[in-house]
Design a protein around this ligand. Structure first.
Ligand SMILES: O=C(O)CCC(=O)C(=O)O
Length: 201
């Protein structure tokens, strides 16, 4: 898989624990999104290392709307209960810093690889919302930028962020209840993207 390198992508990986560039956008009275562009430097190296190490596979027979489908992306998962360290020590540091800032445990990490523009995830709210009220989900994106869109559940204008190259986006408040998100298919991409998704389960 070929990743066209980004400007700061080959630096020694590290992230901004001060969140200096992180800005909050209030989507409605109870929903917010935090975005920190380029939060993780050396993101191309993180991409390469994770794609090499993770047991990425396609999930089959996943319910999407009323159909059972094979997910058009590859995924892997890590959780504290696995009893093994995170696939990269840097992920443990990220978890710690994010957990402190958002007062979450972030004890699980989902990885999603969008190999090309045909890989995607349809509009959805995280199922996790059925178990936890107002779950906070932090997404670090490495690799080539792809749009992540958000829209109010039940319709309405969507908002879009291009996420890749170490960007951080955190969904909070009622985002999983009252809004939906998607990574749509696109005709043109400059390469694959991997999302690193922190949740508290
Ligand atoms: O890949 C992303 O940025 C979003 C992932 C996502 O929405 C999910 O796995 O539920």
């Amino acid at each position: 898989m070929f990743l066209q390198g980004s400007l700061f992508g080959t630096l020694t990986p590290g992230f901004d624990a001060s969140f200096a560039e992180c800005g909050r956008r209030q989507l409605d009275a109870t929903t917010w999104v935090d975005v920190a562009p380029g939060w993780l430097s050396g993101s191309d190296r993180v991409f390469d290392e994770l794609v090499e190490r993770l047991p990425l596979r396609q999930r089959t027979g996943v319910r999407m709307y009323d159909q059972m489908v094979d997910e058009p992306r590859l995924s892997a998962w890590w959780g504290v209960e696995v009893g093994a360290p995170e696939p990269m020590p840097l992920l443990a540091e990220m978890r710690g810093v994010l957990a402190e800032r958002y007062d979450e445990t972030f004890d699980s990490i989902g990885f999603n690889l969008y190999r090309d523009g045909n890989d995607s995830v349809a509009w959805h709210g995280d199922r996790h919302r059925h178990v936890v009220t107002n779950p906070v989900i932090a997404i670090v994106s490495v690799g080539a930028p792809r749009p992540l869109r958000l829209r109010p559940r039940g319709g309405g204008a969507s908002l879009s962020w291009m996420l890749g190259n170490g960007d951080l986006l955190v969904m909070g408040g009622a985002c999983q209840h009252d809004w939906e998100h998607t990574v749509p298919k696109v005709r043109v991409t400059t390469g694959p993207r991997l999302s690193i998704t922190f949740r508290s389960v």
